[in-house]
Design a binder for this molecule. Structure first.
Ligand code: MAN
Length: 553
């Protein structure tokens, strides 16, 4: 900053001369002064001039003399001597502006001074580009104006939609409530009919139980017979193995101390202990006879019992055989222990038949039990038809009641939501929008949830409240907790636009996201659209492109 300490005496020369000079030399003396400020740059009769902040009175000739006199820099509006003053650029053809005087003659063509008047020292040549800049600005203004116009109309539609939707919701809700009682009654009636039909069917079945059991018994008799013989065969095999081991245990030669033999006997003892006290005697190998007059258990219980028993015995055979087989592989052949040799022979005999036996007791054991034959008598058929019809009527009545209950809940939810001034956001309720950036796809369902997706989805928050009183910033909070940071949250900042879309997403602080969203819902309604009849409102269907309703997701 260039300053002087005293007002030179020359400045006291006649003020008339100063005025004349000021006029003639206005391009220099009054350079940087806005036309509206010109009357503040007139010297007094003594040729003196007072700084605009009244801090000092100086000779008028010291104005714009490239020395800073005034604290506010008002004596140097056209030079950079003070730096803190303001330089006026006329910018003809565009919008006049003021820039800091520190930017005057700094060798940089200031974009705000499109006429280049800030650079007059010759240090740099700044062409006057105001016409071009003005034209672009004009275009931009026209574009914005168009958006405002179009947005205003759309907002008006949104408001009308909101009002109509609200009126419809009130109506629907009343209708739903009116239907509730009838529907409850219909469900009750249908339930009574269904219960009666079910009971009649049950009674009939109870009555025909004897017949059905008899035919079932007849149906299962050959299977029971087959399973009984399998069981008997299995018992035979099991008993033979058991007897072999019992004989080994009683007669083996203890003097040989053969570990393989001892292990097998210990295994057999464990097996016997595992059976418990009242295990079947070896004698009970008779094939089970099917007694057609046996009514104590049902034929299904009978065959299931036989199958279960066969299964248990199969496992016993497995255990016993393995004990003998292990011994026959590892016993000391030099001992010539007769009891051991007898056992080994049994194993060898078994080995030749084992595969077939195993097949028989294993894979084939699972006989297929056919489903019970259905009663196809005309009476049974009719009762079944009646029950089916009653069931469908009951399901239908219940579904209708559920639909109405859901409808009531839905409307009550929507009615609870703060849809902004004039219900302008009714149209956007639960509408979803996506925005893809390099790493993630962000999404928000208005008044619902916000998410961040890549290979997985991160919950960014649920609609919580409007911020401020303008209904143009929504807050979504309570998202997934950030590692070493807060719970994730989103601010949805809205500006006027003719389409609904997220135009940018930023994360200015860790896990705190800002979605910029354009929507007609925040465009001001221009007076000319205020009372205009809007385009017909369809409160049902609304699906502009680029977004989805939440329930479509
Ligand atoms: C994820 C994303 C990011 C977030 C980090 C924080 O990578 O949700 O947006 O900044 O977690 O750890």
């Amino acid at each position: 900053m260039k300053t002087r300490s005293a007002i030179p005496l020359v400045a006291t020369l006649t003020w008339c001369l100063s005025v004349a000079t000021a006029e003639a030399d206005s391009s220099n003396k009054l350079r940087g002064v806005a036309p509206s400020d010109l009357q503040r740059y007139i010297p007094n009769e003594k040729g003196h001039w007072t700084c605009l902040d009244s801090s000092k009175t100086i000779s008028f000739s010291a104005v714009n003399d490239d020395y800073c006199d005034c604290l506010d820099g008002s004596d140097e509006p056209g030079t950079s001597a003070c730096g803190n003053g303001l330089f006026y650029c006329a910018n003809e053809g565009h919008i006049p502006t003021r820039i800091k005087t520190s930017r005057v003659n700094d060798g940089v063509c200031d974009p705000d001074c499109c006429d280049g008047s800030d650079e007059y020292s010759g240090l740099v040549e700044c062409p006057n580009v105001c016409e071009e800049v003005g034209a672009v600005a004009k275009q931009e203004r026209a574009r914005l104006q168009l958006i405002q116009q179009e947005g205003s109309k759309l907002r008006k539609d949104y408001i009308d939609f909101g009002k109509a939707a609200k009126a419809k919701m009130v109506l629907d809700l009343a209708q739903f409530h009116a239907q509730t009682e009838d529907l409850e009654r219909a469900v009750e009636e249908a339930k009574k009919i269904l219960d009666a039909a079910t009971l009649a069917q049950e009674k009939y079945h109870e009555g025909s139980k004897g017949d059905r059991e008899a035919s079932r018994r007849e149906q299962l008799a050959p299977l029971i017979q087959e399973q009984a013989s399998r069981l008997a065969r299995a018992k035979n095999v099991r008993n033979k193995l058991r007897a072999t081991l019992q004989n080994l245990k009683e007669n083996y030669n203890k003097n040989y101390h053969d570990t393989a033999v001892k292990n097998t006997i210990t295994g057999f003892d464990d097996y016997i202990t595992g059976l418990g006290e009242d295990h079947e005697s070896e004698a009970s190998t008779d094939e089970e006879q099917v007694d057609p007059t046996e009514y104590s258990i049902t034929p299904d219980e009978r065959i299931n019992n036989l199958m279960d028993q066969t299964y248990v015995i199969q496992r016993e055979i497995g255990t016993l055989y393995d004990l003998l087989d292990n011994m026959s592989r590892e016993y000391n052949t030099e001992n010539n222990d007769e009891a051991v040799q007898v056992s080994v022979k049994v194993v060898e005999e078994f080995s030749t038949t084992w595969v077939t036996d195993r097949q028989e007791f294993g894979d084939e054991a699972a006989l297929e039990v056919p489903a019970e034959l259905t009663d196809e008598s005309p009476e049974a058929e009719k009762l079944k038809d009646d029950a089916d019809v009653a069931q469908s009527a009951f399901d239908e009545a219940s579904d209708r009641r559920t639909q109405v209950q859901d409808g009531i809940r839905d409307i009550e939810n929507k009615m609870k939501a703060d849809l902004g001034k004039d219900e302008a956001f009714a149209k956007l309720f639960d509408e979803c929008f996506d925005f893809k950036d390099i790493e993630y796809t962000y999404s928000v369902c208005l008044f619902g949830d916000a998410n961040q997706r890549s290979h997985s989805t991160t919950f960014l928050g649920k609609f919580s409240h409007w911020e401020g009183a303008n209904y143009d910033v929504q807050v979504y909070s309570g998202g997934t907790k950030c590692w070493n940071g807060p719970d994730r949250s989103v601010k949805l900042v809205m500006t006027c636009g003719t389409q609904n879309e997220i135009i940018s997403v930023a994360e200015p602080a860790k896990c705190e996201y800002v979605f910029r969203f354009q929507t007609p819902a925040v465009c001001p309604v221009l007076p000319e659209h205020e009372n205009e009849a809007s385009t017909p409102v369809d409160t049902e269907e609304e699906a502009p492109p680029k977004h989805t309703r939440h329930d479509e997701l």
